[in-house]
Write a protein that binds this ligand. Sequence first.
Ligand SMILES: [Zn+2]
Length: 111
Amino acid sequence: MKIAWWQWLPFWRWRTIGSVSSADEVPQRLPRNAIVLVGDLRHIKWIVFDCPCRTGHRIMLNSDPVRRPYWTLNASSRLGIYPSVDYRGTDRRCHYFVRNGKIIWTKDSDR
Ligand SMILES: [Zn+2]
C-alpha cells in the first residue's frame, strides 16, 4: 500500500490509514497513531499498528471471530478497539484501551 504524504503529518488521534489484503503488505514504517487493516471494513482480519509505548514493537490483533481472542474495531466517527490491548513481552507489559481515537493506559503497564 502507498501511504499518502499527508498521513505523515502529526495526527493527534488514532485513525486507520488504509487496508491491505495480506499481513505481509503492511508497510514497515507507519505514521504515528496510524492503524492499517488487513482485509477490509466489512471483514477485518487483522488490526495492525505500532504500539503507543514507542519502544518499536508492532501490535497485530486478530479481528476474525473464528479465532480467539479477537478484537473489534469501531471505525465510525471516533475510533475504538474492543476489548483492551494487553501486550506482554519479556521485559514489558503494554495494557491500554483505545477509545475515541485516544490511548488510555492502565496502571499495570510498564511505562
Ligand atoms: Zn508497547
